[in-house]
Design a protein around this ligand. Structure first.
Ligand code: G6Q
Length: 553
């Protein structure tokens, strides 16, 4: 029954009709009519509370959405995932990131083999190494302890650990700083190394394939920087470790296999922070806390696998996203964490979601006739309130928002946190309520504006509200809660991919970019481009050759 669209027509059509039938509803009225609405549309799991009452939904909408998920055979696909089947069909790979945080000892197998012994062995090596570095037992070439760790990696080999390290900043020590260099733009590496001392710096070269141009270029420059200062090849072994699935390429780069932390091709890049790609996290906050992060993700895995769809956080979030994207015509989705240390979360989720579900054909290669992955974007509150929130409140597009808020702060500056929380709640409320003409008029009358001015201003100052949002709250952003939060979004993306019938685990678009950059680089050798190159690219290559880069600023 997985048809043409990858979806079941009757469920789809019922949802289209239902969206139309709800077009006139106003959330204000729904709240006024139903004092239980918040309770009815709230869920809790793994220490995270989701209030999704401020959405353009009723019970029928949720029921129809769940029917859609069932019709897309969500539970069968979930089983296939857990059983280690090759659900990444275009790459012929299993998708077993849940095994990496499998503290409950579920049975995870790859091609019939238990994957847990290898996972535990790498975790144990990560523990030994990170404890040695943190305790000052791992010494640099000149005999000094490590003070700065530089992770060199990009995409999935950077965004996850970078986001987590920043999110867990309150758990970090001042005497061991972790930096992330991803961009091939020399500005990134040069400005990072500018203030570092090679004798106390450790580089973690993180690349699943160990072939990524950006990472290898940065790693080679980092090695040159080190050797120009420490003057001995032997220093490399004390200052470089690698995280990869490609032992041969790591060796060819000059990093000893003893200094390599392995992971496996059944871990997708954007799902890899739970593997040895998380080494910078272990270095930053310690292995115990890294394992708490894994435990939190495992909590959410268990919830996802066990809870019925209507009580299942990832499924409910996924279905709400589908509701707005496919039936409400909303093509973007904003993520606004009210926590400064979650500043990299929107970028992480952007990759997770847009790389996973930015697909135009179904698993069996047929073009889809509906939209898939939304544009994910966002920034931290309260900053975001003073930039793009105007468009959320009064722009012409309907953009659902996820607000993410810790209720307790790690910092005790008087007055700050309660104002942060009040702002977050107020924004969600304002998006939902808007301001009626009567309210706007009353405000203007109260400050003594005359009737002509009131009439002129009314269309600007009154606005309909009815803009949806989810509120995700928890007590404090601990490693465990963060693990659950990330896994929540991973499963949300999985559920949406299943409903849309796409392969959420490949990324051929990314691969094409990698390939073409290599070709263009070859064209730089010669002013006349390879035959068949379009005239725009050829002209840009010529312009590049003519650029005057040697002059003064
Ligand atoms: C993630 C993608 C992509 C990848 C980077 C880095 O799912 O595949 O973002 O992580 O291109 O690749 P390497 O880790 O192989 O260097």
């Amino acid at each position: 029954m997985q048809k043409d669209k990858g979806l079941i027509d009757s469920e789809w059509k019922a949802l289209e009709r239902h969206w139309q039938s709800l077009r006139g509803i106003r959330m204000r009225d729904l709240f006024a009519r139903d004092p239980q609405r918040c309770e009815r549309y709230s869920l809790s799991a793994c220490g995270i509370d989701l209030d999704y009452s401020k959405n353009l939904i009723d019970e029928k909408a949720m029921r129809l959405l769940i029917d859609l998920a069932r019709a897309a055979e969500l539970s069968r696909w979930g089983d296939r995932l857990v059983r280690g089947e090759k659900v990444n069909t275009t790459e012929g790979r299993a998708v077993l990131h849940m095994a990496l945080r499998n503290l409950g000892y579920r049975d995870y197998r790859h091609e019939g083999r238990d994957v847990m012994p290898a996972i535990r062995s790498v975790l144990s090596r990560m523990r030994t190494f990170s404890e040695d570095v943190r305790a000052g037992r791992w010494l640099g070439y000149t005999g000094q302890p490590i003070r700065d760790v530089v992770n060199i990696g990009i995409g999935g080999s950077s965004l996850g650990p970078k986001m987590v390290c920043e999110a867990l900043r309150p758990y970090q020590r001042d005497d061991l700083r972790v930096h992330f260099v991803s961009n091939i733009d020399g500005a990134h590496l040069a400005s990072t190394l500018q203030h570092l001392d090679p004798s106390t710096t450790l580089f973690v070269v993180a690349s699943k394939t160990f072939t990524t141009q950006d990472t290898l270029t940065n790693a080679e420059s980092a090695r040159r920087w080190l050797l120009e200062r420490l003057h001995n090849e032997e220093a490399v072994a004390r200052h470089f470790v690698a995280v990869s699935t490609n032992t041969q390429a790591v060796r060819a780069f000059g990093i000893d296999a003893h200094n390599m932390f392995e992971f496996w091709d059944w871990v997708g890049g954007r799902y890899s922070l739970w593997s040895s790609i998380g080494l910078p996290i272990a270095l930053a906050v310690g292995m115990d806390r890294f394992e708490e992060l894994l435990a939190g993700a495992h909590d959410m895995d268990e919830h996802f696998v066990e809870a019925p769809p209507e009580r299942n956080l990832p499924i409910v979030l996924a279905l709400l996203g589908i509701w707005y994207l496919n039936f409400g015509g909303c093509d973007s989705h904003a993520v606004v964490p009210y926590y400064q240390h979650l500043e990299h979360l929107p970028a992480f989720l952007q990759q997770l979601d847009m790389e996973s579900n930015g697909k135009r054909v179904t698993r069996d290669g047929r073009p889809v006739s509906y939209h898939t992955g939304p544009v994910i974007w966002g920034a931290v509150g309260t900053d975001a309130q003073h930039s793009f929130f105007q468009l959320l409140h009064q722009g012409t597009r309907l953009i659902p928002v996820d607000f993410i808020l810790p209720l307790c702060s790690h910092y005790d500056l008087p007055g700050h946190h309660e104002k942060l929380v009040a702002n977050c709640f107020a924004q969600a409320q304002a998006l939902m309520r808007g301001r009626t003409e009567a309210e706007a008029r009353a405000e203007m009358e109260a400050v003594g504006l005359d009737e002509a001015r009131i009439r002129a201003l009314l269309p600007h100052r009154a606005f309909p509200g009815n803009r949806p949002s989810n509120l995700l709250v928890f007590d404090r952003l601990t490693p465990r809660i963060l693990g659950s939060l990330i896994a929540l979004y991973e499963h949300k993306v999985f559920v949406q991919g299943i409903v849309w019938g796409v392969d959420s685990f490949d990324q051929w678009g990314v691969e094409l970019g990698k390939q073409l950059a290599g070709h263009i680089l070859q064209d730089f050798e010669d002013i006349s481009c390879s035959p068949g190159v379009d005239c725009s690219t050829a002209s840009l290559v010529r312009r590049y050759h003519l650029a005057e880069c040697d002059g003064e600023d």
